[in-house]
Design a protein around this ligand. Sequence first.
Ligand code: HEM
Length: 156
Amino acid sequence: MNWIALLIAVHVVTILLWIGGVAFVTMIIFPIIATTGDSLEQVLLFQRVEHRFARQARIYIALSGITGFWLLHLLGMDRILFTRQTIGVSIMLFAWFFYLLVLLFEKRIFKKLFGKPDRFDSAKVFKFLAAFHWVVLGISLLAVFAGVWQGHGGSL
Ligand code: HEM
């Protein structure tokens, strides 16, 4: 059994489900929310989608982290981490930690955004959230690019 090939396959399928979901929320769900007239409806739709996806994202972050760190070890890359040869891995690690931070502070962020119903401006909040998701998607796609580049001999 070629464990490295198996781990890379699991790593990539996990990333596919994870980042595919982020792209769907960013490019399909947010435009739907933006064209929904009623602000209560907007909040309910957002919360249902985000609540369901956040649960899955936790599994994807765990699985991509386990397979990623395991690969680092098996490929002997842990000894040359943060050098020019492993710049692709550094970008993947950055994206992964970024998601981890967002997930850890998710409750606090949502409380700040949705916590004060008397001063809640749904257009402003969803504009901010849509822009934030585009930034997150950009970082994710950069990490996918970096992963494939690293996996196929790319180095600076
Ligand atoms: C803890 C975080 C992560 C670690 C330690 C990690 C590590 C690795 C390693 C060591 C490889 C194999 C490289 C090689 O064969 O030379 C790999 C492949 C890959 N990673 Fe990650 N990764 C992590 C997170 C991510 C994230 C967040 C993404 C994308 C959003 C990603 C996308 C990919 C892709 C697309 C490959 C493809 C390899 C190929 O085409 O052969 N990884 N990763």
